[in-house]
Design a binder for this molecule. Structure first.
Ligand code: S3P
Length: 448
């Protein structure tokens, strides 16, 4: 039976996941490769671009800004860039669906162009905080001329004479950092961003590949300082997008918690600002073997073998949060199947993701019969040595990662776990159900 990522879906206890799969392209790098490719003059070829709804939101927006993007028969995407500052005034609103990264990065792009854009999103995106991106772009000289600057929908008028700023990051956010960096490419003079807490560094890596005028140093306090001199022409290039570790995390944890599993997972990007969840899983007792290692577009990529393992509870400090912000849901599922207590600290930012993931973790654990406690931004999960009751229906609130984490939990639970709607998974990982099916996951569309 074909699993369509639509309507309610149920995951049943599965005897063991087996097989070899390949993880599709990284979402963060896919957005950035498209946007930076659009800022070159000439053709950028992107191999392994993630084909998901969030990425199509970025593609559709760039097309509205006058960028020509084609998909070749072999799956390569070709971006015919318009050059730095060459993006045109769209003649209709730009709808970004569920995609926070599209919103923040494209607001950055528009902020230093002489164009005015109406930005819209779905219900989830329209409830997410936007003041964190509006504050820096106002300093650059952009304006919000219609709407509430804290939330979409609103209209951004880019500046015709944008100013270089020195910006110290208040919250660790790669989206905000990247938005300012993208804006800086079209600003005369030097823009500097100080990052006291490190976040994913894909924009920095790609800007080096695209030949931007970027330098990365440390300030007196030892904090990362990124300086960009704008108005340098970017050189079109070929990008190979490595596989998304945040998608791989769901398959890795599924293999770890379902007894009898042994799965080879190919094409997993290893980057210290993204993949420390693998180190924590190994600390929990996970049997994860690194089979081979290669490089794609400046990022390290590995193939992994993951075997079912009895996991043990550990403490994960708040300093880990920026580098595994997208993995807490699935780490909570691993903790629920572990033996003993797992402490997750500093989860405040989870409240402003595609849904309130802090509440989502507690909701899933409670409904599935897992004991936990929460204080302020911290959660303690009391694992019951591989035994989770399940037998519940989870409301996913349009959040792809809530949907996937719940399904993974159901594969090891005594009673099935159902989600209200699996369609949100298409925003980041459309192949999720296909991959699970290949591995023998017992997942069904719930015909009522
Ligand atoms: C992303 C950064 C993170 C992450 C999101 C993707 C990016 O968001 O949660 O899924 O591509 O820059 P924040 O910048 O809000 O932390």
């Amino acid at each position: 039976m074909e699993i369509k990522n639509k309507k309610s879906i149920k995951a049943f206890n599965t005897p063991g996941l087996k097989g070899k799969i390949t993880i599709p392209g990284d979402k963060s790098i896919s957005h950035r490769a498209l946007i930076l490719g659009s800022m070159c003059v000439g053709k950028t070829i992107i191999k392994g671009l993630l084909e998901s709804e969030d990425i199509f939101s970025t593609i559709n927006a760039l097309i509205k800004f006058g960028v020509d993007i084609e998909r070749k028969e072999n799956g390569d995407f070709v971006v015919h860039g318009v050059g730095v500052g060459g993006h045109l005034q769209p003649d209709e609103p730009v709808y970004l669906g569920n995609s926070g990264t599209s919103a923040r990065l494209l607001i950055g792009l528009v902020s230093s162009c002489d164009i005015t854009v109406d930005f819209l999103g779905d219900e989830s995106l329209s409830s997410r905080p936007m003041n964190r991106i509006i504050d820096p772009i106002i300093r650059i000289g952009a304006e919000v001329i219609k709407g509430d600057k804290n939330k979409l929908p609103f209209t951004v008028k880019g500046s015709s004479s944008p100013l270089p700023i020195k910006y110290e990051m208040k919250i660790p956010s790669a989206q905000i950092k990247s938005a300012i960096m993208i804006s800086a490419l079209n600003i005369r003079g030097e823009t500097t961003i100080i990052e006291p807490v490190l976040t994913r560094d894909h924009t920095e890596n790609l800007l080096n590949i695209f030949g931007a005028n970027i330098s990365i140093t440390k300030n007196k306090l030892g904090h990362k300082s990124i300086s960009i001199r704008g108005h340098k022409e970017l050189k079109p290039t070929n990008i190979v997008v490595p596989g998304d570790p945040s998608s791989a995390a769901f398959i890795i944890v599924a293999a770890l918690i379902v007894p009898g599993s042994s799965v080879v997972i190919k094409n997993v990007m290893i980057n210290k600002t993204r993949s420390i969840f693998i180190d924590f899983l190994i600390e929990m007792g996970a049997d994860i073997i690194f089979l081979s290692e290669y490089q794609n577009s400046g990022e390290k990529v590995v193939d992994l073998k993951v075997n079912y393992s009895q996991l043990y509870g550990i403490d994960i400090p708040s300093t880990a949060a920026p580098a595994m912000i997208d993995e807490y849901l699935i780490i909570s599922i691993a903790a629920a199947y572990a033996k003993g207590k797992t402490l997750l600290k500093g989860l405040g930012e989870l409240r402003v993701k595609e849904s309130d993931r802090f509440s989502a973790i507690k909701n899933i654990l409670q409904l599935a019969g897992v004991r936990f406690e929460s204080f302020d931004d911290d959660i303690v999960i009391y694992g019951n040595s591989g035994s989770v009751k399940g037998g519940c229906l989870i409301d996913t609130n349009l959040d792809h990662r809530v949907a996937m984490a719940s399904i993974v939990m159901g594969l090891g639970a005594e009673e099935p776990i159902e989600i209200d709607d699996g369609s949100s998974i298409n925003t980041s990982f459309s192949e999720f159900f296909g991959i699970m099916k290949t591995l023998g996951g017992n997942i069904k569309n719930n015909e009522k």
